[in-house]
Design a binder for this molecule. Structure first.
Ligand code: NAD
Length: 473
């Protein structure tokens, strides 16, 4: 890549004070660009710039703030192909999925353009009033993962900015470039300091969350890092939203066609090479359909075109980084010891981090691939006899992010869905995330809410004003 992207601090595009680092294309395993690396002094500058910009931004009319989100959406839309191409290069996903992420990001920005946080009158009787007002918090530290770098950015930026906060973003070190390209575009639209972007090599996240100038942390990433973020927030009782890992179960009911449902579940498990927080990560199938389901999903896995995401026709791209590739390989090797691999199972013998879609049957519930978040193109298919028992098995997880139930009888499927202890359960669909619908995790999958009105309110502080007429006596 010829162009050198820059950090955004206080409205200026800046070189990295700590030099640069390599950004690797996961389809080749080779560096294709350099990313500016922020120094600690630049982190301080970014927080100071966001803090300085906050009063004027908070005082700006919400309509004007919304209009700037609309401009950001338009500017992103005008450069979809450029963003998608860079996204595929740094993240690995096939071009069509990269286009989907960028277009989806414009929807998220637009979903917040007209949002307003109005005071709510809780009581108004005999001159006595109780009103809840909401004000922005200040500087938001946004920290994003490497699976959907642009989508994760806008899901935080849009509600934070429309409610009057300013932001310092730190993207994941293996996918920083689309965030920097977004920063370049934002630098022409937003007032200086409202949005700042710094990049690191996994060394500045903790410093950013601990920074005394930060009022709220909006974090998406693994549960392990989320725990560190929560601990760091505790020191100053900072507001924190955590969107963490998942181990979503798909429960297939016995009134559905095995072949048709296998296709849906395959897609829910393998999109973005399985690197989605709410990807289907375990499938539970009734005993009488188990063989037919396994046969069909293995057939679909074997049909996948696994290649560089920038090549036309590729359906499954590489795993995003070497560390995750090694972890997925380790889980597959462990699964071979306890179950039967019926598709995939061997990393491709080529450069880059390629694991073909892998289906494993006959694993016990305590196998690592069933218990842990694989975050890769590998799916265990598990058999069940009894519906109550399978609900208990689906719920026997430290995670509680998403899940799905598949059945012809919608009433029955919905009843089962209600018994799944996760933030979201889809019925007969998957990955249906909508910026107007709140998204959250139960148990160790997260804390707080992102998206929807509820997610937006997490960027505000509620104040109750409780007034009665003064009585002389
Ligand atoms: P990660 O936890 O390794 O990293 C996430 C971010 O945290 C990166 O920007 C990283 O640099 C930063 N970081 C590292 N150490 C930090 C620290 N001590 N303090 C603050 N920040 C720190 O996660 P990842 O591997 O990039 O992403 C994959 C994980 O993200 C998966 O578990 C996935 O399920 C989860 N995820 C969750 C959602 C959701 O909405 N719930 C969405 C996407 C991904």
């Amino acid at each position: 890549m010829d162009k050198q992207l820059k950090l955004l601090i206080g409205g200026s595009l800046a070189d990295g004070g700590a030099g640069t680092f390599d950004v690797v294309n996961p389809a080749t395993g080779k560096a294709f660009a350099q990313c500016p690396k922020a120094s600690e002094a630049q982190l301080d500058e970014a927080v100071a710039a966001a803090k300085a910009a906050f009063p004027a931004w908070a005082a700006t009319d919400a309509g004007e703030r919304g209009a700037m989100l609309a401009k950001l959406a338009d500017a992103l839309e005008a450069r979809v192909a450029e963003f998608a191409s860079l996204l595929t290069m740094e993240q690995g996903k096939p071009t069509r999925q990269a286009m989907g992420e960028i277009i989806g990001s414009t929807y998220v920005l637009r979903a917040f353009v007209d949002k307003r946080v109005e005071p709510v009158v809780l009581r108004d009787k005999g001159g006595k009033t109780v009103t809840e007002h909401r004000t922005p918090l200040g500087v938001v530290a946004a920290i994003t993962p490497w699976n959907y770098p642009v989508m994760m950015l806008v899901q935080k930026l849009a509600p934070a900015l429309v409610t009057g906060n300013t932001m310092v973003l730190k993207p994941a070190p293996t996918t920083p470039l689309t965030s920097l390209l977004f920063a370049e575009l934002a630098s022409e639209i937003l007032p200086a300091g409202v949005f700042n972007v710094i990049c690191d090599e996994n060394d500045l996240g903790g410093k950013l969350t601990a920074h005394p100038g930060v009022a709220k942390i909006a974090f998406t990433g693994s549960t392990a890092t989320g725990k560190k973020v929560m601990a760091s927030a505790a020191a100053m009782v900072k507001r924190v939203t955590l969107e963490l890992g998942g181990n979503d179960a798909a429960i297939v009911l016995d009134d559905i066609d095995a072949k048709a449902v296998a296709k849906k579940i395959y897609e829910g498990a393998m999109t973005n090479a399985g690197q989605i927080c709410v990807a289907i990560k375990r499938a539970y199938v009734p005993a009488n359909m188990y063989d037919a389901f396994c046969e069909e999903i293995a057939r679909l896995a074997n049909e996948a075109i696994v290649d560089d995401g920038s090549k036309q026709g590729t359906t499954v791209g590489p795993i995003q980084n070497r560390q995750q590739f090694e972890k997925v390989k380790e889980l597959v090797e462990d699964a071979k010891l306890h179950g039967k691999v019926i598709a995939g199972g061997e990393a491709l013998d080529r450069d880059g981090y390629f694991m073909p879609p892998t289906i494993v049957r006959a694993l016990p519930d305590d196998a690592r691939l069933v218990r842990e978040e694989q975050f890769g193109p590998v799916l265990p298919v598990l058999k069940y006899d009894d519906i109550d028992d399978v609900i208990a098995r689906a719920n026997a997880s430290e995670y509680g992010l998403g899940g799905s139930v598949w059945g012809k009888d919608l009433t029955r499927a919905t009843e089962v869905a209600q018994k799944i202890d996760t933030g979201t359960v889809w019925v007969n669909q998957y990955l249906a995330i909508d910026p107007r619908i709140p998204f959250r995790g139960s148990k160790q999958s997260g804390l707080g809410t992102e998206l929807g009105d509820e997610g937006m309110l997490e960027y505000t502080q509620a104040h109750i004003v409780n007034a009665v007429p003064f009585e002389d006596a």
